[in-house]
Design a protein. Sequence first.
Length: 287
Amino acid sequence: MSDARILDRSYRRYEGERRGVAGAVRSLAWHSALRALGLRRSLWAKLLPLLSVGIAYVPAIVFVGVAALLPEQLVDATGLLPRYADYYGFISAAIVVFVALVGPEVLCPDRRYRTLGLYLASPLTRDTYLVAKVLAVVPVLALVTLGPPLLLLVGLTFAGAGPNGAGDFLLVLARVAVGGLAISAAYTAVSLAAASLTERRAVASAGVMLVLLVSGVATSSLVATGADQRLLLLNLGFVPFELVQRIFGQVGEAGLSTLELVGANLAWTVAAGLLVRERYRRLRVTR
């Protein structure tokens, strides 16, 4: 027979800090961001996210090294350094892989392991839950959409190959920030939209890649055969990066106006966001 005994029974009020909805949103966003990066998890969970982030920074490090080691006249004459808007061409593959990983990792496990009901039993509602997830994904994606060109800007400035004067530096800095935000906004929404349609992370990641691939191949093929160039506005792999070109005052090959690109990027973001909200509004959850 066990020697265990119940010595006392009582109810004690919680006397800790009550952070309310804002605290719950911050906490969920923080832990979701850590999960997206594979932190506090196994080595295999960290491998792909951190590898994608690392690859995005390699060209910036190389270009800064070139500017620091080679004579300025040689660098200018050979055009070795890219324009800031063109930098995304070197890391677009890393961005796509990272986008396909982050959204599914943030949303899918909560439904697959039936923990969503636990979150909704807290001060969180369905909308504030999704707000927390967005707040987790946007800064994580900024690691590859904002961090690398920002490193390039700062590095070239210290190497003497950056903007001329404080005014030009602040202008380029603002353009880098707006461009990175434009890419992060569209890809955050699409990544979460794919993750809202399935409980399986691999299926959601494949869905993101499929949307990018199909929208790119289909629209480019149609335009190449003489169709209206506005079809490129349906190309998710084209619109955000072309918009960055316009933000930096450069005109790409497509005969599209900047206003059309802004509208298309906003439409992708809003449409995908509404899909996520509608999916979670109709989702049945057992608390």
